[in-house]
Design a protein around this ligand. Structure first.
Ligand code: EPZ
Length: 443
């Protein structure tokens, strides 16, 4: 469809790491007056990590798509800005309902600066390559969790017949034709699984992804693509089969509730000695957390689409190891560490997904937590209580952990660098206030 400006011949395995944040630090902060139990009901928003993949996925369609339950968070706003700069007609029909019409897309180069602001901009590679056989996307930004290579994404694109190169800080992927192939991931990767699904939907023949990620996001994206006419089977298992089709048509699709946001409010309820009904959740997606909280002695009552979490007595120590789904999610690791910081006895938390996701522990220690980190293991000796201190959000989930810690500590805690939190939590101040929490955002 687009004339190819660059003919790519260099093929290089991509092991790039990205340390770009791309987001300007601000003086905005949360001021929390903590020490009170949270009580009441909170409704969970649409999943961030689905929305940021589904928006690029909509570009694969020949006709407009409508996405429902889209969370209003800064990562989604960046995605929308990217689309607008690429001449895609994107607008909210009503809050949370986003219509995307890419029939006037202006090209296959994603605006450089916007792409560096978030990790999920890499999904434009799979979507644009899949539809137009060409994509240029800057190396992605997002939370700095250590080494964040995208070699498995590139391996998948190349297996389907694309050539890739890194030029001027951007990845350029190009293919004369995309042909279904067998892709065996060396490492289970959410992003690579979704990206290869996007790329393979319109390839000729059948693509098989082995050692695929099984997170609920994968299933939701596959369901969305299938609703557009794709032929994807096996999403949610180790092996995904994609039979390429020649065209995809627009559909209306509602994003699943955010598993990690739900986990955040569940831990918040337990950590503040509260009693909270977390609504609009898929309890099956929360099993790893509900099992762990139950083991720690926290009260749990599951409904069809809600979970009540209530405090009974001081939580017991626990051993936690982060793993790909259905294991304990790395994105909930900072949350559980914060709760364990006041549990009885000594707990251990092992982080196996990201090599640098314990940076927030230094902040938690400023609030009195007793934690020793050795390599990828944190040893947490429960203290009686946390106390207030000025702290910062070192990344998105770490920021949510600081909010929980602030709500636990009696007195006034100030949290800086909150732009991290607002990348992924819709109306967090309003939701916490709705549960009786004393939190203000100072701009
Ligand atoms: C997604 O990141 C999420 N982000 C992350 O959530 C989440 O922490 C992560 O999955 C793991 O669950 C989005 O969905 C936008 P991966 P992703 O590829 O896809 C290694 C949050 O807080 N790897 O599953 O980038 C990698 O280094 C964020 O919402 C390779 O080696 O993660 C890591 O160790 C933070 N090569 C592991 O795989 C690759 O090509 C899992 O990464 C890709 C990944």
């Amino acid at each position: 469809m687009f004339s190819k400006i660059v003919k790519l011949v260099v093929v290089r395995p991509c092991t790039h790491q990205c340390f770009m944040e791309g987001v300007t630090h601000t003086l905005e902060k949360y001021i929390i007056n903590g020490g009170f139990p949270l009580q009441g009901e909170v409704t969970i928003s649409g999943a961030k990590n689905v929305a940021v993949a589904m928006i690029p996925a909509a570009l694969l369609s020949d006709t407009p798509c409508v996405l429902e339950n889209v969370p209003d968070i800064s990562d989604v706003r960046i995605m929308i800005d990217i689309l607008k700069q690429m001449n895609v007609d994107v607008q909210y029909k009503e809050p949370g309902v986003l219509a995307i019409d890419s029939s006037h897309l202006s090209g296959t180069t994603v605006p450089y600066e916007l792409a560096t602001k978030m990790r999920a901009s890499y999904y434009f590679l799979g979507a644009l390559l899949g539809k137009y056989h060409h994509a240029e996307v800057a190396l992605p930004g997002g939370c700095n969790l250590g080494n964040r290579p995208i070699d498995q994404h590139i391996k998948g694109f190349e297996a389907l017949g694309a050539e890739t190169e890194l030029k001027g800080g951007a990845i350029i992927a190009d293919a004369t034709e995309l042909t279904g192939a067998s892709v065996f991931f060396d490492q289970v990767s959410v992003g690579a699984t979704i990206n290869v699904m996007l790329c393979a939907c319109k390839a000729k023949g059948t693509t098989t992804i082995e050692n695929a990620a099984k997170e609920p996001h994968i299933v939701d994206i596959a369901n969305f693509l299938n609703s557009m006419g794709a032929k994807i089977k096996g999403a949610g298992t180790d092996t995904i089969k994609i039979v390429g089709v020649s065209e995809l048509k627009g559909s209306t699709y509602s994003i699943i509730p955010d598993q990690i946001e739900a986990g955040t409010y569940m831990v918040m309820a337990a950590a503040t000695k509260g009693d909270v009904l977390v609504k609009n959740v898929i309890p099956r997606h929360m099993e790893c957390l509900t099992a762990k909280l139950t083991e720690m002695g926290i009260g749990i009552e599951e409904g069809d689409d809600s979970i009540r979490v209530y405090y009974k007595k001081r939580p017991k120590k626990a051993m936690v190891k982060t793993l790909p789904y259905p294991g304990f999610p790395t994105d909930m690791q900072p949350l559980i560490v914060t709760l364990l910081s006041v549990a009885e006895g000594t707990s251990t938390v092992t982080e196996t997904v990201w090599d640098s996701r314990f940076k927030f522990i230094d902040e938690l220690k400023k609030m009195g937590a007793d934690i020793n980190v050795s390599g990828n293991m944190a040893m947490i000796t429960g203290v009686d209580e946390l106390y207030p201190a000025p702290v910062k959000a070192t990344d998105l989930r770490a920021g949510a952990a600081m909010v929980i810690a602030g709500l636990m500590a009696r007195g006034t805690t100030e949290i800086y660098d909150i732009y991290h939190v607002e990348r992924g939590y819709e109306r967090i101040v309003e939701k916490v206030k709705g549960l009786g929490g004393d939190i203000q955002k100072e701009v």
